[in-house]
Design a protein around this ligand. Structure first.
Ligand code: UDP
Ligand code: MG
Length: 374
């Protein structure tokens, strides 16, 4: 057996949103699984996606007792894909694993993933062979969604693979450079290239709690997948326009023939209304599709940070800051023990300064108050 020092490091990223019911069991089971992996040390990068339950307290307690537990608390709920990105920005292991907190992805699979990394693969996609506990609706929509994405996507995504994935350090470093605000990580990882492989596993039912992906969030993820991975929708407008234009032309020719042959002037009310609504529908649909892309260009142009951090445990904020310059550490002096390095705070970037109940104040204001009281 190799000594601890010669072991490689695997960073395990766990996005958490209101997972108080599963976290203790997740930690217990995952730590047993991670400890059993030969040749690898591990660290946990828990990203609390601004949960409103006791997730933050549970993670803080875990961090006190275990220095391998690193915690990043986001100041606002930014969604699963961004929470994983925050974890990726910090994780600095030789390999990086992304796993859900709800034990649907069995942590015991990580050992097999690392085995494939040692064999020379750079990206190991975990593909679900069974998905017990999922509704028929979710299974059916997922099947339809992947089939559609395969057809129109410029990049092929691995069917039935969620975000449970293991990648090497170079892949994680490369991914850090991709900063689009609308993220579909599974497609983006496939897009990176490198040596990829698929590892099949049986997905479990959620250990406790409810899915944090309600229908609207699923829909948003699907839109992000389509519009960020494919330009087919915008190209399809041209085909649809050509088709309706052709239909209109055919109708014109037909009316003229009828007029010249029989001399009858078509009453034409129904067809006129039909054509009008069809064209209006097409125009509105085209604007909506273009709007999806324009909206994304707008958001990208704003250049906002993907997320901002309110508090960390077992992570030196400076180290974090160097790695990702756009991370903003919100100064929360009114809340006491927040990890703050005032040299890293530049006024326009600080959004959250005091509790809403105490009235919002800018960081400069608080700074003034502090210097006055000092
Ligand atoms: N999650 C998150 N932010 C959100 C929603 C979900 O970090 O806004 C996390 C959640 O805690 C879980 C993972 O993303 O670890 C997957 O969510 P969930 O299990 O609810 O999705 P499902 O498996 O039902 O698709
Ligand atoms: Mg789940």
């Amino acid at each position: 057996m190799k000594s601890e020092e010669s072991n490689k490091l695997v960073s395990i990223i766990v996005p958490c949103y209101n997972e108080e019911e599963v976290l203790p069991e997740f930690y217990k089971r995952s730590i047993a699984a991670a400890d059993a992996i030969q040749g690898w040390n591990h660290e946990w990068v828990f990203v609390n996606d601004c949960s409103s339950d006791r997730t933050s307290n549970i993670l803080a307690a875990l961090a006190v007792n275990d220095s391998k537990v690193k915690v990043i608390n986001l100041a606002r709920n930014r969604g699963h894909q961004v929470a994983v990105t925050a974890g990726l920005d910090f994780a600095h292991g030789d390999a990086v694993v992304i796993i859900d907190a709800d034990l649907q992805d069995p942590p015991e699979v990580i050992a097999r993933m690392l085995g494939l990394i040692e064999e020379g693969f750079d990206i190991v996609h975990a593909q679900r062979t069974q998905r017990p506990g999922e509704t028929k609706f979710k299974l059916w929509t997922a099947k339809f969604f992947y089939a559609m994405l395969r057809k129109i996507g410029d990049v092929k995504v691995v069917e039935n693979a969620g975000d449970f994935r293991c990648v090497t350090k170079p892949v994680a470093d490369t991914m850090r450079a991709f900063r689009e605000p609308h993220r579909f990580l599974r497609g983006m990882f496939t897009h990176l290239g490198f040596e990829q492989c698929i590892l099949q596993y049986d997905r479990d039912v959620r250990h406790a709690g409810e899915s944090k992906y309600p229908f609207m969030k699923m829909l948003k993820l699907a839109a992000d997948a389509v519009f960020s991975m494919s330009s087919a929708p915008i190209r399809s407008i041209m085909w649809a326009a050509g088709l309706t234009w052709g239909l209109g032309l055919a109708y014109l020719v037909y009316s003229m023939i009828v007029f010249f042959v029989s001399g009858i002037n078509e009453p034409g009310w129904t067809s006129a209304v039909f054509l009008m609504t069809m064209y209006t529908g097409l125009i509105l649909m085209s604007i909506a599709v273009i709007g999806q892309y324009v909206g994304r260009v707008f958001e990208q142009g704003q250049g906002r940070p993907l997320y901002w951090v309110s508090q960390t445990h077992n992570i030196d904020p400076k180290q974090f800051k160097q790695k990702i310059p756009e991370v903003v550490l919100a100064k929360r002096t009114a809340l006491g023990d927040r990890a703050v390095d005032s040299s890293t705070i530049s006024e326009p970037k600080v959004f959250l300064a005091k509790r809403p109940s105490e009235g919002w104040a800018s960081a400069a204001q608080i700074h003034k108050e502090e210097s006055a009281s000092a």
